[in-house]
Write a protein that binds this ligand. Structure first.
Ligand code: FAD
Length: 498
């Protein structure tokens, strides 16, 4: 059987992640990979905060962490701090990790809720080592001993996405990927309604292929434009449609977490890298004009700007199918969910890994395509609901926030909120983000409260419960005191090299 000729269209994070993974994880007898990108068009140039799953991707393609971090000016990330999303002055951290420990057949938060109602628990975040480390500006690798509190968290990275794409390019080219520089101007079809046969470059050259991966960003040049796959608009639930992005100087002390600060018509991100800080204001143009949003961002930078702000427009939603005939859309070409929970690169990773697992032997395999699309739909739907929760469950007073509070949410989210309110139950599922501790952190963090305590959490006498909670709090405090300063850890780690 001849190898499948894969043509990756686009050289942003999506394009190079796809090319590097295909070239590493599939034997050359199975596929050859070419990647077309245009320096003239460039990339979207944002996307710096990631999720812990990214480590598995990097490991799978043989990236050495210390080397990658040094080359991309990366820092560690233990969670996201949400500031002012509840009432003014409130802040909670959504950690990459658990709270306390489960006991008596139910999750920790049920026990905490019972003790909190009796005034005996203190804030939920005191039971999370990841949150404690964020607050203390500390970092260390999780322990592999599952009995240790040090094993109850995970970590991700903040990095310079342009440098990461360059890093992957070097790796991919070293593994046989051929890069073609230039703009393609036409998508050639096998028949009017058939698959893609090739693309015509501006130079007139034709690049033929068997399987095309559309990584052309928001333009979705093949999936959206050429194949006409419809767009599912989700802006009725996620009304932010614009961003200003600007880089500023490095923070004096670099924290191990992203910040998301609610503002009048959206929210501002702060992503701390080793050499600079990534900032942006994501807002709804129906509630704030561009000039006011730009000013809001510039007036609220943590350090002086080192460039002029850039404006980016988008709409929340996704293509009805990611895999159509012999073309698979990956990254922004397949859909967009704002970076509130840093999920876009994760979605790229999932698309690439599902593509490898379902890699076809003939170009137009409708059965594999249907399964791929099902899996990606689940991923998108789950993230969508989680993001909407942040907006819907706010307690702010501006028109934008009142609109979000009053809007109808998808049934799938309404059911989850109702179940939580009823008895503190949080979603648990086998596919897709997010895990129960994430739901716990955002539901409680945004001020929602269950009406009743789970009966299984009422078995323990209150004095015993109290002592157990004190012991967990001490374990967390001791755990964090043994960790290193994040700044120092990052600079020492960079020295490890390869
Ligand atoms: P792009 O980077 O736009 O790349 C498109 C590629 O296609 C380019 O190489 C371009 O040259 C090429 N191309 C297009 N048309 C042609 C043509 N005709 N011929 C040749 N080449 C062509 N994600 C996260 O995970 N974390 C974050 O913190 C985060 N923050 C974000 C903030 C904002 C404001 C936005 C808008 C997005 C953010 N994202 C984030 C998403 C993230 O930026 C993207 O998922 C990621 O960069 C992947 O983009 P891409 O590769 O799909 O598209």
């Amino acid at each position: 059987m001849d190898p499948v000729r894969v043509v990756v269209l686009g050289g942003g994070t999506a394009g190079w992640m796809t090319a590097a993974a295909l070239a590493t994880l599939l034997p050359r007898a199975r596929c050859t990979v070419r990647l077309v990108e245009s320096e003239q068009i460039g990339t979207v140039g944002v996307g710096e905060a990631t999720l812990p799953q990214m480590r598995a991707f990097n490991d799978a393609i043989g990236i050495i962490e210390a080397d990658m971090m040094r080359r991309t000016n990366a820092t560690f990330k233990l969670g996201i701090e949400f500031v002012d999303w509840g009432v003014a002055g409130s802040a909670y951290i959504h950690p990459f990790g658990a709270y306390g420990r489960p006991m008596g057949g139910v999750g920790f938060h049920h026990h905490w809720q019972r003790a909190a109602a009796a005034g005996k628990a203190g804030p939920l975040e005191r039971y999370s080592l990841a949150v404690a480390a964020c607050r203390a500006g500390r970092f260390d690798f999780p322990d592999t001993d599952l009995t240790s509190i040090q094993s109850t968290y995970d970590y991700a990275y903040h990095f310079d996405a342009g440098l990461y794409a360059g890093y992957l390019r070097e790796l991919a080219e070293g593994r046989g990927v051929t890069r073609i520089e230039g703009k393609f101007v036409q998508v050639l079809r096998e028949a009017e309604d058939g698959g893609v046969a090739g693309i015509r470059m501006e130079s007139g050259n034709v690049v033929p292929g068997d399987l095309f991966v559309d990584c052309t960003g928001f333009r979705s040049a093949v999936t959206g434009e050429a194949l006409g796959v419809a767009w599912e608009d989700w802006s009725q639930w996620l009304p932010c449609d614009r961003a200003w992005a600007v880089q500023s100087e490095r923070l004096e002390t670099v924290p191990p977490y992203t910040r998301s600060i609610a503002r009048e018509a959206g929210w501002q991100w702060q992503i701390p890298l080793q050499h600079r800080t990534g900032n942006g204001y994501i807002y709804s143009s129906a509630f704030m004009d561009d000039d006011a949003a730009r000013e809001t961002l510039l007036a609220n930078l943590p350090t002086p700007a080192i460039m002029e702000p850039r404006s980016i427009r988008f709409q929340a939603g996704r293509r009805e199918h990611s895999w159509t005939r012999n073309c698979v859309a990956v990254g922004l070409a397949s859909g967009f969910l704002e970076p509130l929970e840093s999920t876009s690169i994760y979605l790229i990773q999932m698309a690439v890994m599902h593509l490898i697992a379902l890699f076809p032997t003939r170009p137009d395999d409708a059965v594999l395509a249907a399964e791929f699309n099902r899996r990606m739909d689940v991923e998108y739907d789950r993230i969508r609901d989680f993001l909407i929760l942040h907006y819907h469950a706010n307690r702010r007073d501006e028109p934008f926030w009142r609109h979000c509070r009053d809007m109808a949410v998808p049934d799938s989210l309404a059911e989850k909120i109702a179940l939580f309110r009823h008895r503190g139950s949080v979603p648990r599922y086998g596919e897709g983000l997010f895990s129960p501790p994430s739901w716990v952190s955002v539901l409680f963090g945004q001020g929602l409260e269950p009406r009743a305590v789970h009966p299984l959490a009422e078995a323990m006498p209150m004095s015993e419960l109290d002592a157990w909670l004190v012991a967990i709090r001490s374990e967390v405090a001791a755990g964090v005191s043994g960790m290193s300063e994040h700044d120092a850890f990052v600079s020492d780690y960079g020295e490890w090299g390869i």
